[in-house]
Design a protein around this ligand. Sequence first.
Ligand SMILES: [Zn+2]
Length: 140
Amino acid sequence: MRDTLHEFQRSHGFGRGISGVQIGVPQRIIYMEIARASYCLVNPAWVHKNTETFRLWDDCFSFPDLLVYLERSSAVGIRYSDESGAMRSLEANGSLSELIQHEMDHLDGILAIDRALDKNSLCTRQEWRRRYSGGVAANW
Ligand SMILES: [Zn+2]
């Protein structure tokens, strides 16, 4: 999963996480790299999800040229096993929180497009750059 994520980052210039189901591994496994840290989550489960939410343009390497405007909880807590089988827990907010929610959704067969807020919440990456970042490439 690490190799697949790195290959995608090399070829597309973005990508922070991957779930087993995206590459045909029928297990509840997530691998993430964010803020110079990496996480391998085996059988992750929710401990809590904050009811406070925020909205963002999300992307996904299962459909790399599409962005989706959606809502995520501002903070979450999960428990999981790490690569060695040790039980761990993780509290997250901001970017890590929304990334965990994105990847947990994959394990349940939910894609970002399923969470689009309305009919204006889908945008190609090219269109998004033109509309929202003045032509400057997003730094993902
Ligand atoms: Zn995804």
